[in-house]
Design a binder for this molecule. Structure first.
Ligand SMILES: [Zn+2]
Length: 346
C-alpha cells in the first residue's frame, strides 16, 4: 500500500511511520487558486489521507496561467469540484472533498472541524482573520501564506506561538491592499510559496518540530514565530522573527470577533474584478432549475448543476445552490444588493 510513496518513505524525515501518519491526517485548504491548487496537488500526491478544499469561485481562462490543477476544459466549472475531480484521479486512495462555498462565520465550524492542519490559500484579510480566530480558539495549527507580484510570505501559526493578529493588530480595510487582479503575479512565485506551505504542512502533520535557524537564535524565545518573505525574481529570502503580543485581541484576550459576526448577509467587493459577492446570512438550498426558468423571461440564462449564469443589462450574475451570488459589472455593494433582491429575492 505504501509502494506509491516509496520515494518519500525512504527519506529519513518521513519513513514508514511518518507516511502512515500522513495517511491518517486531515488537511483543509481554504481557497483553490494559485496557492491552493499547488498545495492540494502536493498533499494529495504525498498521501495526506483526507483533504478538504473550499472555494467560492469558478475557473476562468485567466486562472490557467498559475492555477495548476485546471485545464481549458474546466473553464466555467466551480473550482472546488474541478479540483476534487483532478485530485481523485491523481490519488484515488485518499479522501478528497471539494466544497463550493465561501468560508464565513456561519460555516467555519462545519468546514474546519477535525482538521489537523489548515492551509490558507485565500486572497483576502477577512477570511484569514476568520481562520485565525477559529484555529486559535480550537488550538489547530494553520499556515498563513500570500503571494503577489514576484514575491510571497508565509508564517506557520501554532497554538503556543504568535497568531496573525499579533502580526497585524489593525485589520487593513477591504480593498485597500493590492491584489493579483490589480497588480499581477508570477506563476513561479505562487508555485514556490504553495510548495513552502505544503512542506510546512507536512512537517506539522509529522510533528517534526523543525524550526529555522533564525528562530533558534540565542536571544529568541521558544514561543517566537517566524515569517519568511521570498522574492522569486531577486532570489532573496528573509526570515523575520515574530513575537507574541501580550495584548493581542485574539490569542491573548480571546476575543474572537470574526467568529461572532452579526447574522446578516455578507457583501464582499471582489476588488480588481468589478464584481461583488453576496452571501445570505444563512445558506439556503436553491433549486437552480426553478431559478433558471424564472430568469429566462428576463435575460440570457445558462444553467449547470452547480450554478445559474444570468446576463441582463450590463451585469452578469452567477447564482450558486447555497443562494450565494457573484454580480459582475459593479463594485458598488448597494447596486449589487438591489440586483440580488430583484432577481434572486431576499
Ligand atoms: Zn495573537
Amino acid at each position: 500500500m505504501l509502494k506509491r510513496y516509496s520515494r518519500q518513505v525512504i527519506l529519513s524525515n518521513i519513513g514508514e511511520e511518518g507516511q502512515k501518519k500522513l495517511l491518517k491526517s486531515k488537511a483543509v485548504i481554504v481557497g483553490c487558486g494559485a496557492l491552493g491548487t499547488v498545495a492540494a496537488n502536493n498533499l494529495a500526491r504525498a498521501g495526506v489521507g483526507h483533504i478538504t478544499i473550499i472555494d467560492r469561485d469558478f475557473v476562468e481562462l485567466s486562472n490557467l496561467q498559475r492555477q495548476m490543477l485546471f485545464e481549458e476544459s474546466d473553464v466555467g466549472e466551480p473550482k472546488a469540484l474541478a479540483a476534487e475531480n483532478r485530485l481523485k484521479s491523481i490519488n484515488s486512495e485518499i479522501k478528497v472533498e471539494g466544497v463550493v462555498s465561501d468560508l464565513n462565520h456561519t460555516n467555519v465550524e462545519e468546514i474546519l472541524e477535525g482538521a489537523d492542519i489548515v492551509l490558507d490559500a485565500t486572497d483576502n484579510v477577512q477570511t484569514r482573520m476568520l481562520v485565525n480566530d477559529y484555529c486559535v480558539q480550537k488550538e489547530i495549527p494553520w499556515i498563513y501564506t500570500g503571494a503577489i507580484g514576484t514575491s510571497g510570505m508565509i508564517m506557520t501559526i501554532v497554538p503556543e506561538g504568535p497568531c496573525l493578529r499579533c502580526l497585524y493588530p489593525h485589520i487593513p480595510k477591504a480593498g485597500s491592499l493590492p491584489t493579483c487582479d490589480t497588480m499581477g503575479v508570477l506563476n513561479t512565485a505562487t508555485v514556490i510559496m504553495g510548495s513552502m506551505e505544503s512542506t510546512e504542512a507536512i512537517k506539522i502533520l509529522l510533528d517534526s518540530g523543525v524550526r529555522s535557524s533564525e528562530v533558534n537564535a540565542q536571544d529568541n524565545d521558544d514561543k517566537d514565530g517566524e515569517m519568511v518573505v521570498y522574492d522569486a525574481w531577486n532570489n532573496s529570502i528573509d526570515h523575520i522573527v515574530v513575537k507574541r503580543s501580550e495584548n493581542c485581541k485574539c490569542c491573548a484576550e480571546a476575543e474572537f470577533e470574526f467568529l461572532e459576526a452579526e447574522d446578516k448577509e455578507i457583501i464582499t467587493s471582489l476588488c480588481g474584478r468589478n464584481a461583488v459577492q453576496i452571501t445570505p446570512a444563512r445558506p439556503k438550498n436553491l433549486s437552480l432549475l426553478d431559478v433558471a426558468s424564472q430568469l429566462e423571461k428576463l435575460g440570457e440564462v445558462k444553467a449547470s448543476s452547480f450554478l445559474v449564469l444570468f446576463k441582463t443589462e450590463s451585469y452578469e450574475i452567477s447564482i450558486f445552490r447555497d443562494a450565494r451570488a457573484i454580480i459582475k459589472g459593479t463594485n458598488d455593494g448597494n447596486v449589487a444588493k438591489s440586483l440580488y433582491a430583484r432577481y434572486i429575492g431576499t
